[in-house]
Structures are given as C-alpha cells and as structure tokens.
Design a protein around this ligand. Structure first.
Ligand SMILES: [Cu+2]
Length: 76
C-alpha cells in the first residue's frame, strides 16, 4: 500500500475550559479562536465546558490553548 501525505487533513483538538459558564463565553471563545491561523471550525459546549476545534497543521493544541489563555479561559 502506498503512503500518502495529505496536507489538507484537518485535525480536531478538544479541550476543557472550566471558566465557560454561558453563551457569552462561547461567543468570546469563538471570536478568539476564529482569528487564529489554521482554525477552521470552533464548537463550544457550555454544559460540558468543552471547546472542540477543527484545524489544519497551521494550528496546534499548544497554540489553541495559548489563544484560550489570552482570551481569559485557561484550560484544565
Ligand atoms: Cu460567560
């Protein structure tokens, strides 16, 4: 079987930020992460305080956590 490298493959990073308490937090996070290079899609679940990010290689778990931190939401 041939090996293929696909640079277009997106990754999904899921983190939990305990400070998410309402829809306003969700909006802030979507704005903050939406401006981050490589981020394609951001889903925030307020009930479970979970942030799910679909992103390319241009973003990483570390860059996502750093951006959340800057927005005032530290990751557990
Ligand atoms: Cu809030």
């Amino acid at each position: 079987m041939n090996e293929t490298t696909n640079n277009m493959t997106n990754k999904t990073t899921t983190v939990i930020a305990p400070d998410i308490v309402c829809g306003g937090c969700a909006s802030s996070i979507k704005n903050a992460l939406g401006n981050l290079a490589g981020v394609e899609q951001v889903d925030v679940d307020v009930a479970t305080k979970t942030v799910k990010v679909e992103h390319s290689e241009a973003a990483s778990r570390d860059s996502i956590i750093a951006a959340l931190d800057r927005a005032g939401y530290s990751v557990q």
